[in-house]
Design a binder for this molecule. Structure first.
Ligand code: UGA
Length: 436
């Protein structure tokens, strides 16, 4: 099948769905992306991308002959050979994944008996595929294959990750024709393809995200011990990462992991384990420690400034990481809320956070500035929250003079402490001793 142009329907025009659709179009397939949000489809049909993702706009524009967007289920499915389910699975109050959008897609394609297969990319609890399979069988769709094909792309580099994956995971039942079909789609990417059963494929996704979240949390706790003992996390992370058994990635200490995936998926795995009778103690600790990270930063400033009431604190960066406009579960939101609760005034700057945040809690009680220097003016302290590259180019001596108290907490260890010290700052890093 390699080299054959296929007809694919993608349900969900979020990060995963749009990147999947655009990348399959780039590989020569004909793709229809369907979403339930009229505004999203309108934007896409007028050539706009509903969120920022490097390279995605160009990719979509380049492949517009093979890529279309619709609200209409029939339009998406009638010609398709395979349906990719890429809808979101947000957390419920108990931490379980809300699968209603996945089931809505399965219901929407109930009459599509011409399909070769349904492929789920959405992150789902282990056992979901088996339940979908049973539902398809019940509806007389026994001949329609089923595959779990989790996605490992990271925001900000999703196109690159999709086209050059470390591995592709495909989970199917024995003898399911979806295995060969989906494998053929990924063949041109020339990456390892791991074939397995559906439950294992579902688990690979949850385990990968939980292990990455655990690594970050582990290094964050080492950083806290470094602060207490005088060691420097920069040296520690680098040298630990040189052990080939450990590797250098995801050892950057910071203000805790955020985003739409790690917090949600680790809670979902914890809930899933607990629902199956196993309390996942390590993951529980990871989740709790991560929630404390931004609070700890606030406590450090509070101690340094002898209280935060009436203090003006500048937050440099709002998005959960650079190269994205995504604010979901961003540590900045907890920081802003905690600082306000302590009686501080909060100013902020971010080059890409959506301006709609100005109407949302806690940001509606903060003042957003168009550039870092104006956010720093008259501030008693600054926290570098997101490691935007723009922040390395600031005139720091001027910044120090514009602040009321030149106290700088570099929450991502982005800047060279000697530069800040020379500029007149008191410098605090994460996992580094405070220096004056
Ligand atoms: C993450 C995974 O990296 C992807 O493999 C996965 O496909 C995706 O979730 C998903 O499940 O869809 P993403 O959430 O886009 O991707 O972001 P990451 O780059 O992994 O960063 C997550 C958080 O960890 C950020 O808040 C980041 O600042 C933090 N982080 C990351 C650290 O604090 N330290 C590090 O060393 C690395």
């Amino acid at each position: 099948m390699t080299g054959t142009s296929r007809r694919i329907a993608v349900f969900g025009a979020g990060y995963i769905g749009l990147v999947t659709g655009a990348c399959f179009a780039e590989l020569g397939h004909r793709v229809v992306v369907r979403d339930i949000q009229p505004e999203r489809i309108r934007l896409l049909n007028s050539g706009e991308i509903p969120f920022f993702e490097p390279g995605l706009g160009d990719l979509i524009a380049r492949n517009k002959e093979r890529l279309s967007f619709t609200l209409d289920v029939q339009e998406a499915v009638s010609e398709a050979e395979v349906v990719f389910v890429c809808v979101d699975t947000p957390p419920t109050a108990s931490g379980d994944a809300d699968l209603s959008r996945v089931w809505a897609v399965i219901d929407a394609v109930r009459d599509a008996s011409h399909l070769v297969a349904i492929v789920v990319k959405s992150t789902v609890p282990v056992g979901t595929g088996a339940r979908v399979r049973a539902a398809l069988d019940e509806r007389g769709l026994t001949h329609v294959g089923y595959a779990s094909n989790p996605e490992f792309t990271a925001e900000g580099r999703a196109v690159e990750d999709f086209l050059h994956p470390d591995r592709v995971v495909i989970g199917t039942s024995d003898g399911d024709k979806a295995a060969a079909w989906v494998t053929a789609l990924y063949k041109p990417l020339d990456s390892p393809i791991e074939l397995m059963d559906v439950a294992s494929a579902e688990m690979v996704k949850l385990a990968s995200n939980a292990l990455l979240a655990t690594r970050i949390t582990f290094i964050n706790e080492i950083a806290t011990v470094c602060e207490a003992t005088g060691a420097d996390i920069g040296h520690v992370s680098r040298a630990v990462g040189l052990d080939h058994r450990l590797g250098p990635h995801f050892l950057k200490a910071g203000l805790g992991y955020g985003g739409s995936c790690f917090p949600k998926d680790s809670r979902a795995l914890r809930a899933m384990a607990s629902n199956s009778g196993y309390p996942f103690q390590l993951l529980n600790a990871v989740i709790q420690v991560n929630e404390l990270q931004p609070r700890r930063a606030v406590q450090r400033l509070k101690a340094e400034l002898n209280g935060l009431k009436g203090r003006r604190i500048a937050l440099l960066g709002m998005t959960f990481k650079p190269a994205t406009d995504d604010m979901r579960e961003a540590p900045s939101t907890t920081l802003a809320a905690r600082l306000l609760a302590e009686g501080a005034t909060v100013t902020c700057w971010d080059p890409m956070a959506p301006h709609t945040t100005a109407h949302q809690d806690p940001w509606s009680s903060t003042t957003r500035h168009p550039d870092p220097l104006s956010a720093l003016t008259d501030a008693d302290a600054a926290i570098l929250v997101t490691e935007w590259p723009e922040l390395t180019d600031i005139d720091w001596p001027t910044a120090a003079r514009t602040m009321r108290t030149p106290l700088f907490l570099d929450g991502r260890n982005l800047l060279d402490p000697t530069t800040l010290l020379a500029a007149g700052f008191t410098h605090m890093g994460v996992g580094r001793t405070t220096r004056r």
